[in-house]
Design a protein around this ligand. Sequence first.
Ligand code: NAD
Ligand code: ZN
Length: 355
Amino acid sequence: TEVMDTIESNSYNIYFENSLGELANFIERGRYSRFFVLTDENTGKHCLPLLQERLGNPDNFDLIEIPAGEESKDIDFCIGVWKMLIDFGADRQSLLINLGGGVISDLGGFAASTFKRGIDFVHVPTTLLSQVDASVGGKTGIDIDSIKNIIGTFTQPKAVFIEADFLKTLPARQILSGTAEMLKHGLICDADYWNRLKQSDLSTPAVELVHRSVEIKNAVVLEDPNEKGIRKSLNFGHTIGHAVETYSLINDKDSLSHGEAIAIGMICEAYLAHKKTGLSAEELSEITEVLMELYPRYDLKKADTDILIEYMQKDKKNQNGKINCTLLDKIGQFNIDNICTPEELIEGINYYATL
Ligand code: NAD
Ligand code: ZN
């Protein structure tokens, strides 16, 4: 197989080859006094054994485990992590190793970036979503009630270690959640990559594909760390997608995953792109077909469109109350800062709802 380069970010490396070996080297080089591994109950069970096998289990390691799920990404669990660090005697020279999905990297990154005004942390992402998205870009955060990521910091990890083996125990639905972001990366920046993804078996994405996604996300955030310009390209599918995700979280017993909601959002926003920024009818049907094939159909007709619009109006990315979408000129070419009226957005929602 092809050799996967280490990707360099502004101040840190993202490792793909022998990444747990690289983590062992990193720990050896780092002169840290203590090491803490943050897991949730699933990564503690499925991922920690491999990590311990590769690192050995020296006596300056302590484990911190939280329950699995988004409900753990809040201030109470953050206080729990801080208290454990205090109880274990963590000092400024401690390292926090975040072993898990986006919940662990967001919460762990936030807890570390604020503990004693900031201790070092690294990410070992174990979901596809966290490998291609959450662990790259330096955003950390927690939720308050159901307001996602409302409190947080921009703090870079000291390194990211991507190990494909962890995906072996990840449920199919979680894989598909990450796949949506990979498809988004192709749609906004790289038509060749989109074509490769289309032809691949995405139930077990090849490391080469994960690598390309990380390259794209990393390049975008490096160019625009504070989301003034091109980082907004990553919001494609997310204006309507987030609203659908929130709606589903509140109304469905078995709610949509982030990626499932974003896939719906990308179909609706591709329709808006066709109306507003020149995406051709052929490309709109191609995007629709690929996504409908991969993701289960969701009954959007049942959702009250006024409520969906209300969620979009509350989006923290808006400016002076106007709803902003990232659209596409064509596959592989994003187009940021498109103000969309409620009527237009409802048309996009109806396009999906009546497919
Ligand atoms: P998650 O961390 O909740 O992981 C999903 C589920 O998979 C959990 O139940 C987890 O326990 C389990 N799991 C993790 N690794 C596993 C493995 N290898 N085998 C078996 N089970 C495993 O969620 P996620 O989908 O990884 O991430 C979603 C979170 O990421 C959200 O909170 C979102 O806001 C955040 N996020 C952050 C950024 C960012 O830039 N900081 C970007 C995207 C998403
Ligand atoms: Zn997303």
